[in-house]
Write a protein that binds this ligand. Structure first.
Ligand code: BGP
Length: 479
């Protein structure tokens, strides 16, 4: 079996809004995640033209308000991560803990102290913190009263936020990412850009403008970080779904090429190569737009060019297949990015098509294109776990999924890909981003909490906990 690099960053990943809870504690303001109702209808509700960010607890449940109470239990959780042997732990900083409304000039010291403690707890166990600066948790005020990321004022608000956290933590934290799954706005601009129909989610111009504002903001963070310490590693974070043509029909091949450009590569091309790719013109034209419709100054374009990211962080859960010629296409229900059913693949209970070989392809495609280090910062299987009376969880299906994806990583390393690390998603069970439910679990650690909020939140080690411990201990040799 392939040798993984000696300093390979094995770990796990979470996001503040999906696990912290304590949503009003110690001066924290509200974020967009706090206003998303829980349940399978989450996305339908926010796409309703009447949706206006009001939190109505008489109507909906808001599972992100309590999360898994990590705000009070992080020491216990990080200890469990260390027991698994984590070399790194990816988490995000809740912007609204640091700047409760997003537009203040002074940060909330209590919020900063919380992350001081989280970071110190990691370092105590020699776990390298990997921080996502913004993970689907824009302060609500910036969505509600500024219209989300389409508003250029957010650039300076983000700059202030990034400057505060980078300055506070750079001596202890080497690895950073700017925006989680920045390209996901192509499908659901609510999470990454704070756009709902009432502030322009249905108008593609807003989505592209919001991206531009985020590209500028990301470069500002790289600039600030590198001025503090040139050795800081600041990456982008892309939702990557390997995309195949369904068949050899050249029409489908072309559509696949374009879908790859539009979804998998567009944001990365700007953030890694420092300039808008040539196909931007074609992509905008599909929505009746031109580059001159976007507010982009020469100074901003210069900044984007001068401060590209250092590495490419990406999530990988599934692949997608493109077939454009048949009317009666068998669409894959649930596959986040649509597409047609791939007859060679099985899907998760949520319809996400499981494709380990697609990860090896993704790694090769990204490395061929950018020649910069890659970091798989999310991967995993959302599944329903059924504990027995003694709280044992035999999650062989999860072990199987992860094993095959690690084998694919080994294959890509043999192919010559420079892979820095692997942080499977939701290393401890947490609230699902797409469904707002607990029952879609990814963790090595089970949390006793159900979709209705029942449970005492005790933590239990699943079978996969012990399996992953061995994987890390053997540096990927024992799967
Ligand atoms: C990614 C997000 C995460 C996470 C994960 C799993 O898109 O970055 O926040 O939740 O997907 O998705 P879900 O929770 O919907 O299963």
């Amino acid at each position: 079996m392939t040798e993984f690099p000696k300093n390979f960053l094995w770990g796990g990943a979470t996001a503040a809004n999906q696990l912290e809870g304590g949503y009003k504690e110690d001066g924290r303001g509200l974020s967009i995640a706090d206003a998303l109702p829980g349940g399978k209808e989450r996305f339908q509700i926010v796409q309703n033209p009447d949706f206006d960010w009001t939190i109505d607890e008489s109507k909906y449940k808001y599972p992100n308000h309590v999360g898994i109470d990590y705000y009070h239990r992080f020491k216990e959780d990080i200890k469990l991560f260390s027991e698994m042997g984590f070399k790194c732990y990816r988490f995000s900083i809740a912007w609204s803990r640091i700047f409760p409304n997003g537009d203040e000039t002074e940060p909330n010291e209590k919020g900063l102290e919380f992350y001081d403690q989280v970071i110190d707890e990691c370092l105590k166990y020699n776990i390298e913190p990997v921080i996502t600066i913004s993970h689907y948790e824009l302060p609500l005020n910036l969505a509600k009263n500024y219209g989300g990321w389409k508003n250029k004022k957010l650039i300076s608000f983000f700059e202030r936020f990034a400057k505060v956290v980078l300055t506070r933590y750079y001596k202890k934290v080497k690895y950073w990412m700017t925006f989680n799954e920045i390209n996901s706005a192509a499908h659901f601009p609510v999470m990454g850009q704070g756009l709902v129909p009432s502030n322009g989610a249905n108008d593609k111009k807003n989505v592209f403008q919001a991206w531009h504002n985020q590209f500028v903001s990301s470069s500002k963070a790289v600039k600030i970080g590198h001025e503090l310490d040139p050795n800081l590693q600041i990456g982008c974070m892309i939702l990557y779904a390997t995309t195949y043509s369904y068949d050899a029909n050249p029409v489908n091949q072309l559509a696949t090429l374009q879908q790859n450009q539009d979804f998998n590569f567009f944001c990365g091309d700007v953030q890694v190569r420092g300039q808008y790719p040539s196909y931007t013109k074609r992509l905008l034209a599909e929505y009746g737009l031109k580059l001159s419709d976007l507010d982009r100054t020469d100074e901003e374009l210069e900044l984007i060019k001068k401060y590209p990211v250092d590495y490419i962080g990406f999530s990988y859960y599934m692949s997608s297949a493109v077939e454009t010629t048949k009317k009666d296409n068998d669409k894959v229900s649930g596959n986040l990015l649509g597409g047609v059913k791939n007859p060679f693949l099985k899907a998760s209970d949520w319809g996400w098509q499981i494709d380990p070989t697609g990860l090896r392809i993704a790694l090769n495609q990204l490395y061929d294109r950018y020649q910069k280090p890659l970091f798989i910062v999310e991967n995993g299987l959302g599944a329903i776990d059924k504990p027995d009376a003694n709280h044992n969880i035999e999650d062989d299906y999860r072990i199987d999924y992860l094993k095959q994806h690690i084998q694919a990583m080994a294959g890509a390393i043999d192919d010559g890909v420079d892979l820095m690390g692997y942080t499977p998603w939701g290393c401890i069970d947490l609230v699902s981003a797409s469904t707002g439910e607990m029952s879609k679990r990814y963790g090595f650690i089970y949390v006793d909490l159900d979709d209705d909020g029942n449970g005492n939140m005790d933590r239990y080690k699943k079978k996969s906990f012990y399996w992953y411990q061995k994987v890390i201990e053997s540096n990927g040799q024992e799967l």
